[in-house]
Design a binder for this molecule. Structure first.
Ligand code: ADP
Length: 687
């Protein structure tokens, strides 16, 4: 070691690589000459700098000779192309040409004005290890003054903020990418075209060989790939792939929201040999699967395949997840919108083309809460056709029909307030027509009602004509029949014949005519029922007595069956005697019709004090459960025509039910096929 070096050692005190290097600088290495001649300000600044762990350097003198400490040397990099160590002691401009135009004005300012400069996060790209690096800096240029206060050099305290900036920049880039992608996808309304476009866009952002969205089928048994994006030369994948083939519990893991990824399939300990083969056969060496959820449900899996092992950094995973999630959301939204458009179209078509009139009305209410008026919000073409009313939308019903029957407003108003749907048939004087109406409230508390209706005036008129005809013919038929019966009774008494069969033949003829009268009465009843005119003439009578007489009558006229009835004490009801008699006779004659010859038919009459129950129990063919409710309907016959030749129109039980209903009673049947039937009805006991 030279004397100089020893001498220098006394001028520079700090430890470290840069201190050593500066101490050992040759006397000729800088225009400053031997260190012993260096100005005290410079030496002071050098000592301060070299003692600091914070990156610092000095520019000194008119040449701006540069000295720096260990921390700064790290920033310069250490490759063979590094500015270090040539930079040490050399003129700044020679070494910093790439940024000189940017920094020279700052340096000049400090040297001429003596004001320091402080800047944050400045991008100053420098050559580092042979390549231009985007380096961000936060730094302060501070003047080093001589005894007269004039700046002779600059102490620079600086730190590199590149890392911080890079992640911020990447975040910003990702945000911009995502925004850009949603902007582009927004232009698509067809979800499939959108999915394809989304994959194209992602391709510019993702370094994978193949990727796309897979759907899960049959509760995760299969992954379905309908389309993928693949690099040139990479085989496309399409079809359904059994999930189990690619790992155990892969679907369950995805379902739990976790990413499934293998960075190096061939060396993946979690995969069995067979699973590994499934991947490598498809040339997949690395894979990432990201579950995508919608409304808490697994909706798709984003997959990316790599033909080489691939390390997924956390940042990359997050990025893929964000991009895939956003794209898939857009696709789902497009799908939902398409679905909505389609269903709107379907409804619109239906709405425009059905011949049911349709309207949406909105109510206004009086202070006491009663519906006062309603305004038309929507109507369809059939509305105009059926009502003859034009351009009603926006107007109120009272503007259009000032004297509409108040029941209409009240009825619809009730639907609006109670929310209960209504179906009814009603005559409207304003339009002179009958309507079949269905009214239902729109949601809750909207005061709006949807009404669907159609004109049934035609049908009503036909029904009326048919009823008129039915009751007229029945009436016309009854008169001659009554006469015939009368004459037959007289003839029976007057005719004397040796033939012993003659009285029996009279008896049978009278009975058949009686049946005919019964049938005609039935038709008359129906006509009355249809016209809503079934009249009940109530008297108080003993129903036990009535049943007793009916049984006696049956015993006298029907020899094919055995009747039994054990009368109890009297039970009084307030009812239409003739009609109740008709019900009992009907049930007895059905029991006879639908049970075999020689079987027993038993009647019972039983009361709990408030109601009385009359039952007719037969040993006949019985009735299927499915038929039991239906047989009380109009013209319904459960008869298997093969099984029985019993004649009838299927109106007997219908009339019985109407009669019992009018009395506030109930009628029904308990039966099992093959085991007979018990027909019963109840009536309130007279109070
Ligand atoms: P009809 O006897 O004229 O067909 P009803 O209205 O009296 O009409 O009866 C309706 C249907 O109910 C009958 O066709 C028959 O299938 C069934 N039914 C009525 N009574 C009985 C019964 N006692 N046993 C079995 N089936 C019966």
């Amino acid at each position: 070691m030279s004397n100089d070096a020893n001498h220098h050692r006394q001028l520079i005190y700090a430890k470290g690589e840069m201190s050593d290097l500066i101490r050992s600088l040759d006397d000729q290495a800088t225009p400053l000459g031997p260190m012993s001649t260096w100005p005290a300000e410079l030496l002071n600044a050098l000592n301060l700098m070299l003692d600091s762990g914070f990156p610092m350097f000095i520019w000194w003198g008119p040449e701006l000779l540069q000295f720096y400490n260990d921390a700064y040397r790290v920033i310069l990099g250490s490759g063979s192309n590094s500015k270090h160590p040539d930079l040490l002691g050399g003129p700044g401009e020679d070494h910093w040409q790439e940024i000189w135009p940017n920094i020279w004005p700052l340096i000049n300012k400090v040297l001429t004005t003596g004001e320091s400069v402080y800047l944050e996060d400045q991008l100053l790209p420098i050559y580092r290890d042979g390549k231009l690096d985007e380096v961000y800096w936060t730094f302060s240029y501070n003047p080093i003054r001589n005894a007269n206060g004039k700046p002779e050099g600059i102490l620079v305290v600086c730190t590199e903020t590149t890392r911080l900036n890079r992640s911020q920049r990447e975040n910003a880039e990702q945000r911009e990418f995502l925004l850009n992608m949603s902007d582009q996808l927004r232009l698509f309304s067809d979800p499939e075209a959108m999915e394809t476009r989304a994959l194209d866009i992602i391709a510019g952002h993702l370094n994978a060989d193949r990727f796309g969205f897979a759907k899960t089928l049959i509760k995760g048994e299969f992954f379905l790939i309908e389309r993928d994006h693949h690099r040139n030369g990479v085989k496309p994948l399409k079809g359904a792939f059994p999930a189990k083939q690619f790992g155990t519990d892969i679907f369950e893991t995805l379902l739990s929201g976790q990413i499934v990824m293998y960075e190096d399939v061939r060396n993946e300990a979690r995969l069995s040999e067979q699973h590994r083969r499934s991947f490598t056969e498809l040339r997949i060496e690395a894979i990432i699967n990201i579950p995508l959820f919608k409304n808490g449900k697994l909706s798709a899996v984003f997959f990316a395949h790599y033909e080489q092992p691939h390390h997924f950094t956390i940042e990359e995973q997050v990025r893929i997840k964000q991009v895939a999630g956003l794209a898939w959301d857009a696709v789902l939204t497009a799908r939902a919108e398409q679905e909505l458009r389609l269903s709107e179209l379907r409804y619109r078509t239906l709405f425009e083309s059905i011949d049911e009139a349709f309207m949406v009305i909105e109510f206004s209410f009086a202070d006491d809460g009663t519906a006062e008026n309603y305004r038309f919000l929507v109507t369809n073409p059939a509305f105009e056709k059926q009502t003859g009313l034009k351009d009603v939308v926006g107007k109120t019903i009272l503007e259009i029909m000032p004297d509409i029957e108040p029941t209409w407003i009240r009825t619809y108003g009730k639907v609006a307030t109670t929310g209960e749907a209504l179906r009814f048939e009603e005559y409207n004087e304003g339009t002179g027509g009958w309507y079949d109406v269905y009214a239902v409230a729109v949601g809750k508390d909207t005061n709006q009602v949807v009404v669907v209706f159609h004109d049934i005036t035609q049908r009503k008129m036909e029904e009326q004509r048919k009823n008129d005809f039915l009751s007229m013919t029945s009436h016309e038929l009854k008169t001659p029949l009554t006469a015939v019966t009368g004459y037959l009774h007289i003839l029976k008494k007057r005719v004397t014949s040796d033939d012993p069969k003659v009285p029996d033949m009279f008896e049978r003829t009278i009975k058949q005519i009686g049946r005919m009268t019964g049938i005609i009465n039935g038709f008359l009843n129906i006509a009355q029922l249809e016209a809503g005119q079934l009249r009940i003439d109530r008297t108080d009578f003993d129903i036990v007595e009535l049943v007793k007489q009916a049984v006696q009558e049956a015993v006298a006229t029907v020899s094919s069956h055995h009747f039994s009835f054990e009368p109890t004490g009297p039970i009084y009801v307030s009812a239409d005697l003739e009609k109740i008699d008709q019900v009992i006779e009907n049930l007895i004659s059905n029991a006879v019709k639908y049970s075999p010859t020689d079987s027993r038919i038993k009647l019972t009459c039983w009361s709990d004090g408030s109601t009385v129950k009359i039952s007719v129990i037969d040993e006949g063919q019985g009735i299927d459960k499915a038929d039991q409710d239906l047989i009380f309907g109009r013209f319904y016959r459960a008869v298997d025509d093969q099984l029985t030749s019993a004649s009838g129109f299927g109106i007997g039980l219908y009339i019985c039910k109407e009669i019992i209903d009018c009395h506030g009673g109930q009628i029904g049947v308990d039966s099992e096929p093959g085991k007979g039937s018990t027909f019963w009805f109840t009536l309130p006991v007279a109070g």
